[in-house]
Design a protein around this ligand. Structure first.
Ligand SMILES: NC(=O)c1ccc[n+]([C@@H]2O[C@H](COP(=O)([O-])OP(=O)(O)OC[C@H]3O[C@@H](n4cnc5c(N)ncnc54)[C@H](OP(=O)(O)O)[C@@H]3O)[C@@H](O)[C@H]2O)c1
Length: 282
């Protein structure tokens, strides 16, 4: 399953993994864009039509994520690889209908919820893998527990970096909890990649992205580390790590702070509305 697979890195990862023989569940928010991408994945990877399934979900809605998990679990399907890829950066502070800052919810919290809700299916498929598409921006991030939703102090890169650091902390905490289950979880930076990323940002950042895009890596190249973590036997037993260019790298100093990781986990359980029963079902 790949979130945000109608575009950019997620779509290229879908093409590559379908070509290796995987059945792909493409999670997209827009049915028309999602179906066009699904058809493209089938055509480009040369697989039969039933190997790519479209699933509609808006990661800016926790209810939509819960429905996605229910839809998937109703198929009684094992899940060998979950790729938490969807992401965005916003120029303004916009609240979701859950009352949370959108970047935080889409990039991090919805993936935290989805992963927890699907853990039973992922464990049943072990050996299996979870991959969190973070960013080098994690190194500029800080988890501000006093202002997690950036009410007092919003900035596009501040919010984006916090969400990407949260993904790395989530990766480390989950890896500890999954010890001995045969499920690995790793995070990654895909490189600086020419995709639709940044189109919701404004001003100097938006102009900078447009100017720099001819010099950025292709989406196919940007998907390489994701595909590597999803499929290579080199990383069969590697867990809790952060990768770039298919190699283990250091992430932000704060991402190694176990107390921060545990606190973020507990705050996230409450924000995502996960019950005791749902947690232990994982
Ligand atoms: N490009 C880079 O240089 C770069 C660098 C570091 C990290 N990353 C990370 O790589 C990941 C993939 O980004 P990309 O570069 O491939 O950008 P992209 O082409 O914009 O793809 C992002 C995907 O996320 C989806 N998405 C956004 N908001 C969503 C929502 N509310 N619900 C469901 N899906 C949603 C988008 O769907 P729509 O098309 O419907 O908006 C799209 O499919 C992101 O997590 C990004 O932060 C990218």
């Amino acid at each position: 399953m790949i979130t945000g697979s109608n575009s950019g890195i997620g779509k290229e990862a879908a093409v590559a993994l379908a070509g290796m023989g995987a059945s792909i569940f493409m999670v997209c928010r827009d049915p028309a864009k999602g179906e066009a991408a699904r058809k493209e994945v089938v055509t480009r990877s040369g697989v039969s039509d039933d190997r790519a399934t479209l699933m509609i979900a808006d990661l800016a809605s926790l209810d939509s994520v819960r429905q996605l998990a229910r839809d998937f679990l109703s198929k009684n399907q094992k899940l060998h690889v979950l790729i938490n890829n969807a992401g965005l950066i916003l120029g303004d502070r916009v609240l979701t209908k859950d009352g949370l800052e959108t970047t935080f919810e889409v990039n991090y919290l919805s993936h935290f919820l989805l992963t927890n809700l699907l853990l039973g299916a992922i464990k049943a498929a072990a050996p299996s893998r979870i991959i969190n598409v973070s960013s080098e921006a994690n190194s500029r991030g800080h988890i501000d527990f006093e202002d997690l939703q950036e009410e007092k102090n919003f900035g596009a890169t501040r919010s984006y970096s916090q969400s990407k650091l949260a993904q790395v902390l989530f990766t480390r905490e989950l890896a500890k909890r999954l010890e001995g289950t045969g499920v690995t979880v790793n995070s990654l930076h895909p490189g600086v990649v020419a995709t639709n990323w940044g189109r919701h940002s404004v001003g100097a950042m938006s102009a900078g992205i447009r100017l720099a895009s001819p010099f950025m890596a292709s989406a196919k190249k940007g998907a390489e580390t994701t595909v590597y973590l999803a499929s290579s036997s080199d990383v069969e037993r590697v867990t809790g790590q952060y990768f770039a260019k298919k190699r283990e790298e250091k992430s932000a100093k704060e991402s190694y702070d176990e107390a921060v990781a545990l606190k973020l986990w507990n705050v996230s359980l409450v924000l995502a509305g996960l019950s005791d029963e749902q947690r232990t079902a994982g």
